[in-house]
Design a protein around this ligand. Sequence first.
Ligand code: PGA
Length: 256
Amino acid sequence: MRRPIIAGNWKLNTCSESGPALVAALKAEVPAPSDKVEVVVCPPYPYLGLVAAAAAGSGVEVGGQNAWHETSGAFTGEVACEMLQDVGCKWVVLGHSERRQINGESDELINSKVRKALDVGLKVILCVGELLEDREGDRTEAVLKTQMTGGLVDVSAEQMAEVVIAYEPVWAIGTGKVASDEQAEEAHKFLRGWLEGRFNGDVAGATRILYGGSVKPDNANGLLGQPNVDGALVGGASLKAELFIPIIQAGVASVS
Ligand code: PGA
């Protein structure tokens, strides 16, 4: 069984008060590590330490929204994977479509970060997903293949135990326009097949593939109920405990 992951990407939101307060509310739902669901929150860098302290010992784990692929040096504005770990992160999100689009991150750069994070011992949530024009031009699978191939260069089958894939169709992120259950399942099935070809059946069977893009309490059960959807990467709805907790519950229900 693949244990579902419900991850919250807080993006450029929260503050030193609201971040820990949100975690305190989530801890009521997952007071201790659970074998039914893994819950991860990804606050902005300045609050990582505070949020990790608030989450300590509970079923809420903390991740960075990005990282740099060097340990130290003249990289103004960047944060190292080791620094994320130092302040209590177990996870890092890499290749988010906003990083790809706004910051021009290439598959090559994302791959350097993936390899560095894995070397250091961080677990990676690698985001992939097509633009609306790709979907309309029937290029969804080609885009996913390119991003998976490029993002996972020189990553071994053993290392894949620490990698989670997030399928996030760009047209569904922050738009309220969610992929249908069938569209999500079709893309996830394609990704799992790709993992089998690139690695092997064991890796394909064990890798968690999350769906992201306008996940809300009212669509979570349908999406998470798909056989190849192993959790969710949630933006907007992760900022309110009353929205995020029902999504966590949908994750638990999806394997019960
Ligand atoms: P959204 O964001 O849930 O607000 O659509 C998802 C994401 O960007 O990870």
